[in-house]
Design a protein around this ligand. Structure first.
Ligand SMILES: [Fe+2]
Ligand SMILES: [Fe+2]
Length: 189
């Protein structure tokens, strides 16, 4: 039986601890919370949605010029979706995530923003659209959403709450519209 990977497991890993603070825990958790709400509303897999949302900016870098945040340069040259897709996939598979789910999550991260143009001319799946929407719901001008700070412990509490909500939600579901891996989704824990 496959082990179920939780948001807490992902967030507590050293790779996540190294990279998530660059985008800010406050933003990552808020997007994951919005993704959960949207997943319930749209009948998209809450497991995939919250994992992709939590990790969506794991490829984010601190983009500075002479010690100052250079938003213009960031907007022009950033490739955080590409780095995030690769990094999240590595983290997920390391933690034992189902390979099909890891692929869906990585692709949702790849297409969550049009900053690197990889999503130009791509018809987004409901999961990919949901992660992009959850991100957009939690954006502020000039990237200010990346500067809100919360402590790791607060982030951990909120992620534990989300883990519980996702667990309860998918346990009651017959199947997932988005998730092609409903056996694993419904649940092997
Ligand atoms: Fe992003
Ligand atoms: Fe974001």
């Amino acid at each position: 039986m496959e082990q179920y990977v939780t948001l807490e497991t992902l967030m507590s890993d050293s790779v996540a601890k190294k990279h998530l603070p660059k985008a800010g825990y406050a933003h990552c958790i808020s997007v994951a919370e919005s993704a959960y709400e949207l997943a319930v509303e749209r009948d998209v897999c809450a497991d995939l949605a919250t994992k992709a949302a939590l990790l969506h900016d794991i490829g984010h870098t601190i983009w500075e010029h002479q010690g100052e945040w250079d938003y213009e340069s960031y907007s022009e040259y950033d490739i955080h979706t590409i780095k995030g897709a690769e990094r999240s996939h590595e983290l997920l598979t390391l933690k034992g995530e189902d390979l099909g789910k890891a692929r869906e999550i990585a692709l949702a991260i790849l297409f969550h923003s049009d900053s690197s143009q990889v999503s130009a001319h791509v018809d987004l799946t409901p999961l990919q659209r949901l992660v992009a929407d959850a991100d957009n719901m939690n954006k502020e001008e000039q990237g200010a959403h990346h500067n809100q700070e919360i402590e790791f412990n607060e982030a951990l509490q909120r992620v534990r709450r989300l883990d519980m909500l996702v667990y309860r939600h998918i346990k009651t579901q017959q199947s997932c519209v988005e998730c092609k891996f409903k056996q694993e989704c419904n649940l092997s824990r």
